[in-house]
Design a binder for this molecule. Structure first.
Ligand SMILES: Nc1ncnc2c1ncn2[C@@H]1O[C@H](COP(=O)(O)OP(=O)(O)O)[C@@H](O)[C@H]1O
Ligand SMILES: [Mg+2]
Length: 248
């Protein structure tokens, strides 16, 4: 197993926020965690990299991680330094991760920008975050996550801040990278329609607990928990702007 979480329980100032969460992720597998806002998804993910916010602590549970971990956060705005050129920001992570010289780091950063399909990467290397679109900024954030040569990629609502068309492009990119680089991926979102597109396994969280789990297709075809059915109904009620079938 690449990531194993057993009996994870977290508490904050007002009590338990994550309760007895367990799951395992093998090499190259894609696990989706879905649940409403506040259900404990981000804290579960942050536990894996040992990055809990102040005030939250682990009460019990075991976490084992085998392999390098990269993380993509929701908001590219806060993940990027507004005052530095985006290419330099990617190169900085490469230098830190690989301990290489500036020129080599720059070359690798350009490769990464190509790998995330940044249009015109040589020119965009020198752009500042505000000169890029939301989707392009998120590509940079993904390039920075890949700069550490991760085997495991953790994605926390990576498309939530994007509009539907761009969201689709970023999902396709993540799916392609996952296959190309044989990444194990955990993808967290409140949106079941998004999670199901990139996950072969699904974990449904409600108020800090796992209420349902299984192969994505099975969970969607036969949701057992009323909460999962509600999530599914809210997805099916939405008009599909890209005309694609969601569930089934
Ligand atoms: N820094 C914090 N301090 C105190 N409580 C927090 C903090 N972060 C999250 N929580 C609590 O933990 C719950 C789960 O948070 P989170 O994992 O961020 O949910 P999700 O990502 O599913 O929206 C929240 O409902 C909130 O009550
Ligand atoms: Mg969250």
């Amino acid at each position: 197993m690449t990531v194993q979480v057993s009996g994870l329980t977290l508490a904050g100032p007002r009590g338990t926020v994550v309760e007895d969460v367990s799951f395992a992720l093998g090499r190259g597998e894609a696990l989706g965690i879905v649940g409403e806002s506040g259900s404990g998804k981000s804290l579960t993910l942050r536990s894996i990299i040992g990055l809990l916010p102040p005030g939250i602590h682990r009460v019990s549970g075991e976490i084992t991680v085998q392999g390098r971990v990269g993380m993509v956060f929701q908001d590219p705005q806060t993940a990027l330094d507004p005052l530095a050129m985006v290419g330099a920001q990617v190169a900085e992570v490469v230098r830190y991760a690989r301990g290489v010289r500036r020129a080599a780091a720059r070359e690798r950063a350009l490769d990464l920008m190509r790998q995330v399909q940044m249009p015109d990467p040589e020119r965009r290397f020198r752009a500042y975050p505000h000169q890029l679109s939301g989707g392009q900024r998120q590509r940079i954030v993904i390039a920075m996550a890949l700069a550490t040569d991760p085997e495991i990629l953790l994605c926390d609502e990576p498309t939530t801040a994007l509009d539907v068309t761009v969201q689709r492009q970023i999902l396709l990119l993540l799916e392609r990278l996952r296959t190309e680089l044989s990444l194990a991926m955990i993808f967290v979102s409140h949106d079941l329609a998004v999670v199901e597109q990139v996950s072969s396994w699904l974990l449904v969280m409600e108020q800090g607990r796992v209420v349902e789990r299984g192969a994505t297709a099975d969970v969607i075809a036969h949701p057992e928990h009323p909460y999962t059915r509600r999530l599914l109904e809210s997805v099916l009620a939405l008009p599909r702007l890209d005309g694609e079938k969601v569930a089934g």
